[in-house]
Design a protein around this ligand. Structure first.
Ligand code: B12
Length: 347
């Protein structure tokens, strides 16, 4: 079935194809989206190109549309679910026999971004790896049990969101302690992979394509002592994590006093505010854990843009930060991060 609406069969070199595919997944047209990828395969397009240049690239655009408040969360969820099915359709049409080793592919505990690492799993399978794809949110102890049962040559661990870095550290340490080297990836590890190295991963790759190259070229990596893989949290990190619920409850109870506009919030808005404040505390904890304030300030910059696109003025965010900061005055590193400059003020 040919579904592409312009003349001729679909081609990744056609600049209109990405927009067409985006429209299909945005309209919930699963059959249309799957039809495009199967048509591309029929044309002889390499599956790797379809996964990276069409499915992955469109997901990045989905994120921009959601952040700009042009797409609702529901639309983003539906589009992502269709991309997952398109990816599954590509996988179902591409059988390869394993010629390399065995690899476990998993998201760290609390990490729900499964699609990026599913793309990695399929790319590795196409390159001859026997791949055990464990999906989202894999608790560390269960990951280790799986390693004992299957004895892979590598673990590919994904962390797309920086708040999961402490769990990523625990998982990396656990894998290495049972003698299985870890390749880390996902934007949570930093654009240059700096946190992957800091947390003791044996290797890091920016993209699935880079990971395929790295694993094909030189794996396993030379053994390095996991001795520096100790817990990185200090008393500030521990305090923030232990008192997360209190910090959140107190900040929310003081919100309408400090920001009168919040008094008129309906339940939905109150829930959204609680969720946002929870994320703020989680990103603060992650920044304290890895010792890098930019983990926190980058998140705040992004949150400010997201809120602005939804008509929430920057002062609301600044008030929320102040309410958490008031409770952390005895914790200088945390308090300094929470004192992010106001919009328009000199830095
Ligand atoms: C879809 C989506 C979701 C979906 C995920 C559903 C799913 N099944 O995957 C849902 C709704 C669950 C979600 C939730 C959240 N999300 Co979200 N999400 C996205 C979005 C829009 C697309 C993700 C995606 O599929 N990208 C496409 C892939 C292919 O992108 P990619 O990064 O290029 O992938 C490559 C590399 O990362 C690499 N790679 C990935 N894993 C690995 C592993 C290894 C070992 C290797 C070597 C390489 C590797 O290979 C991939 C292929 O080349 C992104 C925006 C974006 N631009 O990605 C935000 C994004 C990832 N989300 C973000 C946030 C903040 C959240 C939430 C906190 C939002 C909220 N306020 O609730 C929650 C957190 C949930 C959680 N605990 O995990 C942020 C993360 C910022 C950060 N780094 O900390 C992003 C970047 C949005 C932003 N800020 O612009 N999200």
């Amino acid at each position: 079935m040919t579904v592409f609406t312009t003349a001729g069969p679909p081609s990744l070199d056609d600049p209109g194809l990405a927009g067409h595919y985006l429209r299909l997944i945005g309209d919930g047209d699963e059959y249309g989206a799957v039809g495009i990828v199967t048509d591309l395969l029929d044309q002889g397009t390499r599956p790797q190109r379809i996964m990276l240049e069409l499915i992955a690239a469109t997901q990045a655009r989905v994120g921009e549309l959601w952040a700009a408040n042009e797409w609702s969360i529901a639309r983003e969820h539906a589009a992502t679910a269709i991309s997952e099915r398109a990816l599954a359709a590509v996988a179902a049409r591409t059988a390869t026999r394993p010629t390399r080793g065995r690899i476990t592919v998993a998201c760290v505990d609390g990490e729900w971004h499964a699609l990026p690492v599913r793309i990695l799993a399929e790319m590795l399978r196409l390159d001859g790896w026997r791949t055990d794809y464990l999906g989202a949110n894999v608790p560390g102890p269960h990951l280790v049990t799986h390693l004992h049962q299957t004895g892979p040559d590598a673990v590919a661990l994904s962390c797309m969101i920086t708040t999961r870095l402490p769990r990523a550290h625990a998982a990396i340490t656990a894998c290495r302690s049972v003698g299985i080297p870890v390749i880390a990836g996902g934007r949570g590890f930093g654009a240059d992979g700096r946190y992957a190295h800091r947390l003791g991963a044996d290797a890091w790759a920016a993209t699935a394509a880079d990971a395929v190259t790295r694993l094909a070229r030189d794996w396993p990596p030379p053994f390095s002592d996991p001795g520096d893989a100790t817990f990185l949290g200090d008393d500030e990190y521990t305090h923030v994590v232990r008192h997360r619920a209190d910090l959140l409850r107190t900040a929310l109870s003081r919100l309408s006093g400090a920001y009168p506009g919040a008094a008129a919030y309906d339940q939905r808005r109150r829930d959204a505010t609680a969720e946002d404040m929870g994320h703020i505390i989680d990103f603060l904890a992650a920044a304290l854990y890895v010792g890098d304030p930019s983990v926190f300030t980058d998140f705040i910059t992004w949150t400010r843009d997201v809120l602005t696109a939804r008509g929430v003025p920057p002062i609301a965010l600044e008030t929320g930060l102040g309410l958490i900061r008031d409770q952390l005055r005895d914790y200088p590193r945390a308090a300094a991060m929470l004192a992010v400059p106001r919009v328009g003020s000199a830095t």
